[in-house]
Design a protein around this ligand. Structure first.
Ligand SMILES: *Cc1c(COP(=O)(O)O)cnc(C)c1O
Length: 452
């Protein structure tokens, strides 16, 4: 008979039968499979930790979002926000679904072109566009969303040299009742700055104003903020029609829809509080339909949704390295997933579960990453079952921002695997190794020799 392992006794308050303010406590549900592929198999084949992306989830969520808008307003065009997740395979799933590209740097612009997106279907946002970036965007007929007056003047001076008319929109920031107000991007609506920018662009023969853009913030829980933003962009559109008899081709409401992740300090879980795509679509398309824009000239509605489209499709799998007791008696668990691979742990209480449950008892646990750095904390306090070295954990909803904001720090970044619609796994990004990590380092001659 196998010798039983000693388990330190713990005293837990019994809550049986007494619901707390969230209702009855729910048992932890392990995640053993992702799209019918076993977590254990993925980890043994591709190593730990491992990013896993579900193609099925990406396509389903995208179609759900598109249909929420299209059924209310037929002229809708999504553009994939590259910075949310710019793995090329991921971008191309969105492009196959019909999304254009929304980029915020020359690097992302090059990525979109290399992925096969025609320049005329690239939206170029952001405060940092170099002279070369702008020239290239004008040449390609891309949609340049101007962020500030210095950029506006630069385009004015560049466009005549390219011999092409620059297709531009301006980014507008406005009070939508969401604070802090993101006033650092674009031109302000309320103080007249946006109108001033429009009046500089309209008479310029080398620029064509084709749209208006806003991106009011991120993880916006209030659909009505989008109704306010849409009304303000619509009011500018009408003013342009009246003064210039010019009709804008599109209004771009940006991104910012909340995902189902739970923000730190939130009272209720994000999966309960996050508005649906229908809620956002109703707010935006309702405000558009109710606006005074001439019916024959209704603009196309552009959306640049990022996190709400991809968060659910991403998983991070890892392994337990050790159990430890902290000085106050609390259990702590060290896993091989650090904040370098899970940047969003700085603002989300990530949903983390074991791949299988060996015992139902849970204990208040702190989950640490493997880094030699005190702030490497995945969950500060979570009711978690006791796991042993080598057991596996799964972190859900990590598809947005982690595979772009990841930090190369202390360890190599792991592989990313995509599970296709048939349940077949494909490596879509290799892990780093000694060679790839040192490829950019240069050693001056006088430092080549060392003697110890
Ligand atoms: C980041 C970004 C997005 C996507 O934002 P989400 O909050 O992830 O939806 C869209 N548009 C612009 C301009 C952005 O900077």
């Amino acid at each position: 008979m196998e010798k039983l392992k000693f388990e330190r006794p713990v005293i837990n308050r019994i809550n049986a039968g007494v619901p707390d303010k969230f209702g009855m406590s729910t048992a932890i549900q392990p995640i053993s499979h992702i799209d019918d592929v076993a977590v254990e198999d993925l980890l043994s084949e591709y190593g730990s930790p491992l990013y896993v992306i579900s193609e099925k989830s990406i396509r389903n969520t995208f179609r759900e979002a598109l249909s929420a808008f299209k059924t209310r307003y037929p002229k809708v065009q999504f553009a994939w926000s590259y910075k949310t997740n710019y793995l090329n395979a991921v971008c191309n799933i969105y492009h196959q679904e019909g999304s254009w590209a929304e980029v915020v740097s020359g690097f992302e612009f090059e990525k979109a072109l290399a992925n096969g997106v025609p320049g005329s279907k690239i939206i170029f946002n952001g405060p940092d566009k170099s002279k070369e970036d702008l020239e290239r965007a004008i040449e390609h007929g891309s949609l340049i969303h101007i962020d500030h007056f210095d950029e506006l003047y630069e385009i004015m001076s560049l466009a005549p040299k390219t011999g092409k008319k620059a297709k531009v929109a301006i980014r507008v920031n406005m009070d939508t009742g969401i604070y802090p107000h993101w006033d650092r991007f674009g031109f302000n609506y309320e103080n007249g700055e946006a109108w001033t920018a429009i009046n500089k662009i309209m008479p310029d023969p080398n620029m064509e104003l084709i749209g208006l853009h806003t991106h009011i913030g991120t993880y916006i829980m209030t659909p009505n903020a989008y109704a306010i933003a849409t009304s303000k962009l619509a009011a500018l559109t009408v003013r342009i029609q009246l003064k210039y008899n010019h009709h804008l081709k599109y209004l771009d409401l940006g991104g910012g829809f909340a995902s189902k992740n739970t923000l730190k300090g939130a009272y209720l879980p994000g999966s309960d509080t996050c508005p649906t795509f229908d809620d956002y679509a109703e707010a935006i398309t309702g405000a558009l339909s109710n606006s005074d824009i001439q019916y024959d000239h209704m603009p196309t509605l552009f959306l640049e949704t990022g996190r709400a489209l991809i968060d659910d499709a991403g998983y991070l799998l890892g392994s337990v390295l050790a159990n430890k007791r902290l000085l106050d008696g609390r259990r702590s668990l060290i896993i091989d997933i650090g904040v370098n691979n899970l940047f969003t742990s700085f603002w989300y209480e990530h949903h983390i579960v074991p791949s299988k449950i060996k015992q139902r008892d849970t204990e208040d646990t702190t989950i640490y990453g493997p880094l030699c750095m005190n702030i490497d904390i995945i969950r500060a306090a979570i009711q978690f079952p006791v796991l042993e070295k080598g057991d596996h954990v799964v972190i859900k909803r990590i598809g947005a921002y982690n595979m772009t904001q990841w930090m190369q720090f202390i360890t190599y970044r792991p592989k990313v695997v995509l599970i296709d619609l048939e349940g077949k796994a494909h490596v879509i990004r290799e892990n780093e190794n000694h060679e790839s990590m040192n490829a950019l380092d240069k050693m001056p001659n006088h430092l080549k020799e060392i003697q110890l």
